[in-house]
Design a protein around this ligand. Sequence first.
Ligand SMILES: NC(=O)c1ccc[n+]([C@@H]2O[C@H](COP(=O)([O-])OP(=O)(O)OC[C@H]3O[C@@H](n4cnc5c(N)ncnc54)[C@H](O)[C@@H]3O)[C@@H](O)[C@H]2O)c1
Length: 325
Amino acid sequence: MATVLVTGGAGYVGSHACKALAKAGHVPVTYDNLCRGHRELVKWGPLEIGDISDRARLDAVLAAHKPEAVMHFASLIEVNESVANPDLYERNIVGGTQCLLEAMAVARVKIIVVSSSCAVYGTPLKVPITEDESWKPINPYGVSKMKMERLLQAAEKDHGLAWVALRYFNAAGADADGESGEWHTPESHLIPRVLDVAMGRAKAITINGTDYPTPDGTCVRDYIHVADLADAHLRAWRYAADNGGGMAFNLGTSTGSSVREVIDVVRATTKRDIAVDIGPRREGDTPALVADSSRARKVLGWQPQRSDLATEIADAWAWHQHLYG
Ligand SMILES: NC(=O)c1ccc[n+]([C@@H]2O[C@H](COP(=O)([O-])OP(=O)(O)OC[C@H]3O[C@@H](n4cnc5c(N)ncnc54)[C@H](O)[C@@H]3O)[C@@H](O)[C@H]2O)c1
């Protein structure tokens, strides 16, 4: 049984990781400033309120809990917000991670697993995307995640940090027992926005662009179940502890789903009408982002269990009704 500091543990993916850690017999200590997270999602261990840029607070929490490792989810996550306010994202993701790594070095915490993103790749040359794809982020959010990964490489050299960067594609679904799920305000992710239409919380879903070079003309994304992401974090922690050094893994299903496919599965699952508006392409949208996750499958032994679209949407629908019903 070990203690793990979970930054951003009051958020969507972090809360699922806390549940997985607790289920495996560990103590997840959530460290979150609650700027976007929810106290109600911290159910599997203590909550320490604090900002990752607050060095004194981090020092105190690390000294009090003496974690064996850190799982670092804390981050702002809105691409549009990052375009409007790049400095905010630089401070939050790059400055915040730097502060966290310095505090860890002083406290002699040697292992970190971080949430990175497929946003580091920008518009890839090849799909499915492997970890060897070059970094060409096309928005400040992706640039900040790229810089965050560089900080890990530097800390490995400077302090012998063992790190894993998990580059998720699109997180989806909710806890199968209904104990946590996606809860963002405002919500920019497709599945909960379509579920908003099913619930009558929104009139219609707008499809931005129907003329992409994809099978049905709408953008294709790779939806990975949040419980499968949580499982990957536990495996990544073990990997880092056993091997040291640093490694990045793509986490996705290797199959893409189009916007129209998502809407169709929501219709079938909820048995509700989903009104659709057609809008223009959004600037910066890439036609298809699909992961090649064979490295995670081979090296971590990771095997997604709930990452088919029907299961993801059924789990998300149950959570959405619980939250807003
Ligand atoms: N959701 C996705 O589809 C997705 C895809 C790729 C990568 N990611 C990454 O996964 C991580 C988790 O995403 P999520 O969807 O759970 O987001 P979320 O907004 O639900 O959770 C993020 C949490 O971080 C906290 N936080 C933000 N800034 C902080 C700070 N300075 N100090 C302390 N706490 C802070 C927020 O309060 C929130 O609880 C993020 O790093 C995100 O970039 C998410």
